[in-house]
Ligand binder design. Structure first.
Ligand SMILES: Cc1ncc(COP(=O)(O)O)c(C=O)c1O
Length: 381
């Protein structure tokens, strides 16, 4: 019989839509850049494999790569060094390693609603209870500290934050980061800060939680930065003592990250910034296009996302997001229903604009037709 903790969790709504899609459907469901990794990274991977870098490496990652990752955070804190860094199998493994290293059974963990699909299940898998805090569109998708004060209890152990946010596109300004840090200090919480979209900001700027006291573990990834979601490589930056503990869990989950993939991103860090910037420029243009088009559709309103690469429009049709996403799937468009990210996503769909322009165009045409067909129906508030 399967363990109770596994019976209690479900396959994410993102994957369910993706895996149930008809052949040839337009995929605006997965968060996946339609770019290839930068040439310098691809060449370095091929070279690493040919040069026989095909074997186990250190559990926390190759020293040279950990050094380069630490360099990336030196402006935030000059004391950050390779001892603070663990190379992971993507942000996903980094998040799970944090959950297992930080949460005890019976703990409560504050997670965003709407929020990325891994946070609450990871808390549950570690035996903890996820407690949601709201990210309301009316508040610019920023957390409400008063609400968080009401939700924190003596059992609250950690706070998960995600800026730039998937699915909302919200980006925390400096004041929000500072308030969250003092909230965590006041209640002795560890912050798990998922910053995998830190390179994808269109309004304002990304403020990292790294190096601001010993409160935060920053989880990041090469998946989006280098358009290499399939390579499964990421990293985390933690206070040194905590990194030692997280590394134990990390070792037991994956032994060590991919050696040739690490050699490849090592070559890319410091040499592939232009490729990332070009991707950001293109996503910025697609964002304008998508938001403009969505706001032309009946029954849809879309706030421009400040970061990441998702539009998270709100609709007024008299159906749930799951029904709307299911209907769209039958018409050949994969989207993600907003309630896959929590109850507050219930009147939203998530569309990735990291998909190619032709796919965006095809997808938006299908959505426009659906919105027009739904427009005659009774509106919900
Ligand atoms: C907010 C967020 N965190 C983490 C991840 C995990 O990404 P990966 O495991 O590819 O690094 C994703 C992927 O979509 C994401 O959107």
């Amino acid at each position: 019989m399967v363990a109770q903790r596994v019976r209690d969790i479900e396959i994410s709504g993102i994957r369910r839509m993706f895996e149930g899609a008809p052949a040839g459907a337009v995929n605006l469901g997965l968060g996946e850049p339609d770019f290839e990794p930068p040439a310098v990274v691809v060449d370095a991977l091929v070279a690493a494999v040919r040069e026989k870098m095909n074997h186990y490496g250190p559990s926390a990652g190759l020293t040279a790569l950990r050094e380069k990752v630490a360099d990336r955070y030196r402006a935030a804190d000059p004391d950050i060094g390779r001892e603070n860094v663990i190379i992971t199998a993507g942000g996903s493994e980094g998040l799970m390693a944090c959950a297992l290293a930080l949460y005890d059974p019976g703990d409560e963990v504050l997670v965003p609603d709407p929020g990325f699909v891994l946070y609450a299940p990871h808390a549950r898998l570690a035996g903890a209870t996820p407690v949601t805090y709201s990210l309301l569109e009316a508040r610019g998708f920023l957390p409400d500290l008063d609400e968080m004060e009401r939700k924190v209890t003596p059992r609250t152990r950690a706070l998960v934050v995600n800026s730039p946010s998937n699915p909302t596109g919200g980006v925390f300004p400096k004041t929000t980061v500072e308030r969250l840090l003092s909230f965590a200090d006041r209640h002795d919480l560890t912050i798990v800060s998922d910053e995998v979209y830190d390179e994808m900001v269109y309004e304002g700027q990304h403020i990292t939680f790294a190096g601001k006291g010993d409160r935060a573990v920053v989880v990041n990834s090469f998946s989006k930065m280098f358009a290499m979601t399939g390579w499964r490589l990421g990293f985390l930056v933690a206070p040194r003592a905590l990194a030692v503990e997280i590394n134990k869990v990390h070792y037991h989950m994956i032994a060590c990250p991919s050696t040739p993939a690490q050699a490849a991103v090592w070559a890319g860090l410091g040499a592939a910034e232009e490729a990332t910037a070009a991707m950001r420029t293109e996503f910025r243009a697609r964002r304008e296009l998508v938001v403009q088009e969505l706001n032309r559709m009946p029954g849809i309103r879309c706030v421009p996302p400040a970061g990441a690469f998702y539009a998270f429009p709100r609709f007024t049709w008299p159906v749930t997001a799951y029904v709307a996403a299911g209907d769209l799937l039958k018409r050949g468009l994969i989207t993600t229903p907003g309630d896959a990210f929590g109850p507050l996503g219930a009147r939203h769909l998530r569309l990735s604009f990291a998909a190619s322009r032709p796919n965006l165009k095809r997808g938006l045409t299908i959505l426009h037709q659906y919105a027009t067909d739904m427009a005659g129906r009774r509106r919900t508030p």
